[in-house]
Design a protein. Structure first.
Length: 328
């Protein structure tokens, strides 16, 4: 995979994006996190692109994330669109997922991201969507750890969504023919996250929020929940990637992973209050028999049946490599 994504291939991709006419030539998903903030910097300062920044707010972002987003976009002079999900409905879905005893309790956030990112591209006539993900420092989850799609999310929830966006199979297929290409530019770079954080701090007054994806309080809960209930420590994937990239030694990684992955008391308290759960509810949830996507209806049989089609979509950059490997 490393041989396919090398720095010498990136200039041609940037050149292609610059051919897009209009006020913006790409959409970049931003959260105030490290990777998306740095990608925005590269797009404007290094590559001369005209990005439209898109933030999807599920009402659980930390103050640090919001501050980081404002600092970076303001200094770069980048326009921002923020899509805010309905707070009550998001929390109702979250509570249902947690009580269902499945690991994908944040899956509806990911579907909302995909929906609104695509909407921003379509509404503004933009053909390129850039994602700030780095497989060299974040890695990819092993197949079998997590799975989600629109049918799975709907089956777990058990009732129609009122305002929350879902992605049916055929809507997903139609979106692939809108011509929007998903590009992950950081995949082509020798990316050192530690150096990037220092750069952002110096250049933009950006602040670190304590851990991977900890810029969102609900996602931080999701990481803790999966380690405690399912034995899935997502830090293993991140540190394994960093070992392969030569950014950290195995001994250093083991030392970091041995540190307790604690959920701050204030987040636990807020989660209980906003989701309407008691300590007794949580104890029952944590001891409930684990379930997975195999216990619910999904679109996975369709993805596997159409594997040749999705291989073509992969080559056209309509879907990422990680999607193809996981779903097909």
């Amino acid at each position: 995979m490393d041989k396919e994504y090398t720095p010498d291939k990136l200039p041609a991709i940037i050149k292609e994006i610059k051919k897009q006419k209009g006020k913006y030539n790409c959409v970049i998903g931003v959260s105030g996190g490290c990777d998306s903030s740095y990608l925005l910097h590269l797009a404007v300062k290094e590559w001369g692109l005209r990005p439209l920044a898109v933030n999807v707010d599920n009402n659980w972002d930390t103050k640090i994330a919001k501050s980081n987003l404002k600092k970076v976009t303001s200094k770069l002079g980048v326009d921002v669109i923020s899509y805010v999900t309905d707070e009550a409905e998001f929390n109702d879905i979250a509570r249902t997922f947690i009580q269902a005893s499945i690991p994908e309790v944040d899956g509806h956030s990911d579907l909302a991201l995909a929906h609104f990112w695509h909407k921003a591209c379509k509404d503004n006539g933009i053909k390129y969507f850039l994602i700030g993900h780095s497989f060299r420092t974040e890695g990819m989850f092993p197949i079998g750890w997590f799975y989600f799609d629109g049918r799975y999310i709907q089956d777990v929830y058990g009732k129609p969504f009122k305002t929350f966006p879902n992605l049916t199979f055929w809507k997903f297929i139609r979106n692939l023919f809108d011509g929007v290409k998903q590009i992950r530019p950081i995949w082509y770079l020798d990316y050192d996250k530690a150096k990037v954080k220092k750069f952002l701090e110096k250049e933009y007054g950006w602040e670190w929020y304590g851990g991977h994806h900890y810029e969102n309080k609900y996602t931080r809960f999701h990481h803790w929940y999966n380690q405690v209930k399912f034995g899935i420590d997502q830090r293993v994937v991140e540190y394994s990637a960093m070992i392969r990239a030569g950014l950290i030694s195995k001994a250093e990684a083991v030392k970091e992973i041995e540190k307790p992955n604690k959920l701050p008391k204030e987040i636990y308290k807020e989660l209980k209050q906003r989701l309407g759960l008691t300590d007794e509810d949580f104890e029952e949830i944590m001891y409930a028999f684990p379930k997975s996507h195999r216990d619910f209806k999904t679109y996975k049989p369709y993805f596997k049946l159409l594997k040749p089609f999705f291989w073509v979509m992969l080559k056209l950059k309509r879907i990422p490599y990680s999607f193809y490997k996981k779903y097909c």
